[in-house]
Design a protein around this ligand. Structure first.
Ligand code: XIL
Length: 607
């Protein structure tokens, strides 16, 4: 009922936007509206229309005029088959606000994303539904091409963008649909005596003032979700572009928060030129090593003194395989392109091994960025065999470094932190195994960080249906984990949650993080805070789940291929602020808008 009132209030409010005092409130004019003429101009591809056509070669999506109004996208097979609003008529750095209404025939989330690579979700509807209203403030950055209106990759429904309004200047706070609460406690303040508390951000999200304000309130450490991965910063041997990463790093420095670089050497989301030739065949060991040195010395060197720490090597140990093997050399991810290239042209008689790429990466990183703290990062590290392999590898490589002539800091480890990603599942998580791994990792002499924490509801077999009780269970698991993190906090540098709100998470179907789709704190948020306050209730011990013998690798999908739509020429269109008889309707609409705003506020308060 409350939700219905809320939705009704938003619809009334939205209907009044073109006539309401919002224009005055933003102190900016209405610059664009999706009128029928605009729809026709886009579909006829008339010069000067404000959209980008994101179609694949086989003609997906089909763009058409929705009989009930707006532009419909159908026959899609990728989330980028969407409607993008061009931004070349907006001024760089200036702030704008945008309000969009979507409809679809099936329940889905709707998203506003930026088209600045890598793509970031700027705003997303609170829950899956057949209609959605999004509003946000946005600043246009240099790298941007447009603003994408779409649905998630796992929900490729037909959808219509029914209304769009773009204003100059920021929206008043009450016009923002998804709003972060700022009057709740701060996670980083609550845990300040224990460890840093981080989350992820993409450079594109820095243009959303609501997200930024919330982030600075809740977190004091940031990791780029995708922007600092090799494939996103250095696409071919001759073309690297650190500008998006620079933006995020500069922002972190300006705001006094710690920035963690993720990542240098990884099998996924890497840059193919590093390890393979133009036919996709592995380079030789010598070529790959030279590329690695060039890549790390240039990239980590560029950020030396600015990025606080790096995931130097990510996910080099396999999660599958024989659980009886506890020696890391027998448990390597042999499908990594780095492993393959280092195996190509190897001189085994001289003691060379494919896994030498791991040691090389750390040494190059130490030399390029001597002040940065260096991490080995991986998932499923709570499994006893994987735990032992990683601990053994860290001990052995740190030992090797002690007598390496390039080591100018005796007493300093090469691998200083073991990063535990922490991509768990409510049904499979054994907190006792996590505790055992932390204890084992501390014994190596390294420190520990929890780098990508999320606990979706479900199991390795898949996501489960959301119920209140499973959300409560998730809160208990979060609290149990945080109790362990606090217990070992002397050895733990940082805990980073991988996602700000459930709907923004890469595992969004599992409602995995501390805030829900309406950006409200979940039971898990409060249970985590209780741990900091030392008031966590003693819960009955969690029954241990037997470990599966075969563990599917964590979801690390490759980056969605990005189309490069043909540039659409055309002059900057005139403002769409037509000669509408404002004063004639203003009096009626002020009244309507005031009623709508009151309904909205009442509904919000009673939520
Ligand atoms: C994920 C991102 O969250 C997704 O947006 C992207 O599509 C795939 O990568 N381990 C890692 C992270 O080290 O980089 C991954 O991030 C999640 C698993």
């Amino acid at each position: 009922m409350k939700k219905a009132v809320f939705i009704l209030a938003m619809i009334v409010l939205f209907a009044c936007i073109p006539f309401s005092p919002i224009t005055g409130a933003t102190e900016g004019e209405l610059l664009f509206e999706l009128t029928e003429d605009e729809v026709d101009a886009f579909l006829a591809n008339t010069e000067g229309h404000k959209f980008l056509r994101n179609a694949s070669r086989d003609g997906r999506p089909v763009y058409s005029k929705d009989p009930d109004g707006g532009i419909m996208m159908s026959n899609r097979n990728a989330d980028w088959q969407s409607l993008d609003i061009r931004d070349d008529w907006m001024e760089r750095g200036k702030s704008y606000s945008i309000i969009v209404e979507f409809v679809s025939s099936r329940d889905t989330l709707f998203r506003i994303m930026n088209t600045d690579s890598p793509y970031a979700t700027l705003a997303v509807t609170g829950q899956e539904s057949t209609s959605g209203l999004l509003s946000m403030n946005i600043a246009i950055t240099d790298g941007q091409r447009g603003v994408r209106l779409t649905t998630p990759q796992s929900s490729l429904v037909d959808y219509t963008v029914r209304k769009i309004s773009i204003y100059e200047g920021d929206l008043p706070a009450d016009m923002i649909v998804q709003k972060w609460p700022m009057d709740i406690p701060s996670l980083h303040e609550a845990f300040s005596e224990f460890f840093l508390f981080g989350n992820i951000l993409e450079p594109g999200e820095l243009s959303n003032s609501g997200t930024v304000d919330m982030f600075l309130h809740q977190y004091n450490a940031v990791t780029a979700e995708n922007a600092m991965k090799p494939g996103n910063v250095w696409r071919t041997k001759d073309t690297y572009d650190f500008s998006a990463a620079d933006r995020l790093v500069d922002w972190a420095i300006d705001n006094g928060i710690t920035i963690h670089g993720h990542t240098l050497v990884w099998h996924s989301q890497s840059a193919p030129w590093l390890t393979t030739d133009s036919n996709g065949a592995p380079l030789t060991r010598t070529e790959a090593k030279a590329n690695m040195e060039l890549f790390i010395s240039t990239y980590a060197g560029h950020f030396s003194g600015r990025v606080d720490s790096w995931d130097v090597v990510n996910e080099a140990i396999a999660s599958y395989g024989d659980e009886s093997i506890r020696n890391w050399r027998g448990q390597l991810r042999i499908d990594s392109p780095w492993y393959r290239a280092y195996a190509n042209g190897i001189d085994r008689a001289a003691g060379e091994r494919p896994e030498d790429y791991i040691y090389d990466a750390f040494v190059f990183a130490r030399i390029a960025a001597p002040d940065a703290v260096l991490y080995y990062n991986d998932y499923n590290e709570e499994f006893p065999h994987k735990r032992e392999c990683i601990a053994g590898m860290v001990e052995e490589l740190n030992e090797q470094w002690r007598s390496d002539p390039r080591n100018t800091e005796p007493g300093r480890l090469l691998i200083e932190v073991i990063g535990m990603q922490g991509h768990y599942w409510t049904s499979n998580l054994s907190v006792n195994n996590v505790r055992d791994s932390i204890e084992r990792f501390i014994k190596t002499g390294a420190r520990v960080a929890i780098t990508e924490l999320d606990i979706p509801i479900g199991s390795y077999q898949g996501f489960a249906r959301r119920t209140d009780s499973i959300i409560e269970r998730q809160a208990i698991l979060y609290a149990e984990l945080f109790s362990i993190f606090v217990e070992f906090s002397e050895h733990i540098d940082r805990v980073t949650v991988w996602g700000k709100a459930d709907t923004q998470s890469w595992r969004w179907e599992g409602h995995p993080v501390l805030f829900d789709g309406d950006f409200q704190p979940k039971p898990a948020f409060w249970s985590v805070l209780d741990v900091a306050a030392g008031t966590a209730e003693e819960d009955p011990p969690v029954p241990e789940t037997p470990q599966p013998t075969e563990t599917p690798p964590a979801q690390t999908p490759e980056v969605t291929p990005v189309p490069t739509p043909a540039p659409e020429p055309g002059p900057v269109p005139e403002s769409n602020n037509s000669g509408f008889p404002w004063w004639g309707v203003l009096l009626i609409c002020i009244g309507t808008a005031a009623v709508a705003a009151s309904v909205f506020l009442i509904a919000k308060r009673s939520k």
